[in-house]
Design a protein around this ligand. Structure first.
Ligand code: FCB
Length: 441
């Protein structure tokens, strides 16, 4: 049996990602809280992982003790700016403590400034549909970065503008004021302006900052490769969902299936490219789905499916994403800002993790500038419209009593982080079913 280790470059960032609304609990002043009260979600977020009540401490301990050297979290706009003309200094203080807590544990913080939630006062004014949101966001960013810059210099302006726009404005699973593909693109364009303003503001305050955004790149493939219609539909989805926004960072023009948006100030506003990867979509033509421009996405027949069928385990997709990234943005540092799988039984997670990291390692070996990997997620958390049905944590959470229990994957990830690599022994121990694929010979 071959013995080998796939090593990662020295200084590689290993951590997990979380988002405020998903872990903090008692987060009641934003559009998601209202969305939950209106009954649009499988469950309510409630106390979540009780980070606002202080349990971030024990979870950061878990992360640090298992060899993680970084953590990505988000700060909640509606807590910091409960009304347009009021700041909550106590909330900022709490975030300062959290970031200091990471530093004290030897972990580099990455802070996301927007992760899906909007303050109610912004939402009630139709949020990112209006360009006013850009100015508001810029003010919030200025205030927050001034307050937190002592502890953080790695910033993620906005998480997944594409998923925010798609799920809110097209499919209707996330809260949104109005609907339609045109609105979705308008929102994405305003978020691009918001990102740009944030990028400039952060650099003004903290010249050494590294600023980017987190983009969910989802490879799209036609269900029938011989079908011209499926091919066209795949191209439409790919253009709108995957490349409109990032391409605008290179060109200053966001080209979308429903028109172009000229945003010249967006050019060059990125110090690293943050990429979230989960799965690959299979796309076909569906006359019954006009709201998604007659496209429909699902998964390939016979795919290795996750617990609730939310995603298919397709590790080559992360390699293809990285290939796209280096071709589109040569030399730009890349950070994998999210990757993981929902799996309450932890049967798939070990192989999902090992297989995806193997593909990342392949990419690293072409000298592609990949700087870090954030697993989604440290602990089971509130998964948006899917509530508590999906369990993404390395630690399981019992929401009735806040008890955490370690899954086997946490041990695997700990070994990976500590070794700065993935070894044949680890694969043999945690996911022998993929040993032959990862270590042939
Ligand atoms: C991503 C989100 C993140 C989490 C994962 C599973 O789209 O950024 O908050 O819900 O999916």
């Amino acid at each position: 049996m071959p013995q080998a280790t796939y090593h990662f470059p020295k200084g590689f960032l290993w951590g997990c990602a979380t988002a405020a609304h998903q872990v903090e609990g008692n987060n009641t002043n934003n559009n998601w809280h209202r969305w939950e009260q209106e009954g649009h979600t499988a469950h309510k977020s409630g106390l979540a992982c009780d980070w606002w009540g202080g349990r971030w401490r024990e979870d950061f301990d878990r992360a640090a003790e298992t060899g993680q050297n970084t953590h990505r979290l988000s700060i909640e706009w509606s807590r910091i700016q409960p009304e347009p003309d009021r700041w909550d200094e106590d909330a900022l203080d709490k975030y300062r403590q959290m970031l200091r807590g990471l530093r004290e544990r030897g972990m580099t913080p990455m802070v996301s400034l927007h992760h899906f939630t909007d303050p109610l006062w912004l939402y009630d004014n139709c949020g990112w549909e209006k360009e006013e949101a850009v100015t508001y966001f810029e003010k919030f960013v200025r205030k927050s970065v001034e307050a937190l810059k002592e502890y953080c210099s790695l910033w993620c302006t906005i998480n997944e503008p594409n998923i925010y726009a798609l799920m809110g404005y097209v499919t209707g699973e996330f809260p949104a004021c109005n609907h339609g593909v045109n609105k979705a693109m308008q929102v994405m364009a305003n978020m691009l302006k918001g990102h740009t303003a944030a990028y400039q503001t952060i650099h003004e305050i903290q010249p050494e900052a590294r600023v980017g955004f987190a983009w969910q790149y989802r490879p799209q493939t036609p269900r029938h490769s011989w079908s011209p219609l499926d091919q066209v539909m795949t191209k439409i989805r790919y253009a709108g969902l995957n490349i409109a926004f990032p391409t605008a960072i290179a060109t200053g023009v966001m080209k979308s299936p429903v028109g172009n948006f000229r945003i010249p100030q967006a050019r060059g506003t990125m110090d690293y490219l943050g990429l979230n990867y989960y799965s690959v979509d299979t796309v076909w033509f569906d006359l019954g789905n006009p709201k998604e421009l007659f496209t429909r996405a699902g998964f390939a027949d016979g795919a290795d499916m996750s617990g609730t069928g939310f995603l298919a385990n397709i590790p080559e997709g992360i390699f293809n994403m990285l290939k796209w990234a280096v071709r589109s943005f040569p030399k730009m540092p890349i950070i994998i800002t999210e990757n993981g799988v929902e799996d309450s039984t932890d049967k798939m997670r070990p192989r999902y993790l090992a297989q995806h990291l193997h593909q990342v390692w392949r990419a690293v070996n072409f000298n592609w500038p990949i700087k870090g990997y954030y697993h989604w997620s440290l602990i089971d958390n509130f998964e948006w419209e899917r509530g508590w049905n999906q369990r993404f944590g390395l630690w399981a959470l019992d929401i009735t009593n806040q008890k955490r229990s370690k899954r086997l994957s946490a041990d695997l990830y700990a070994e990976i982080c500590k070794e700065n690599g993935l070894s044949s022994e680890m694969v043999e121990k945690y996911c022998p079913e993929v040993f032959e694929t990862l270590f042939p010979g």
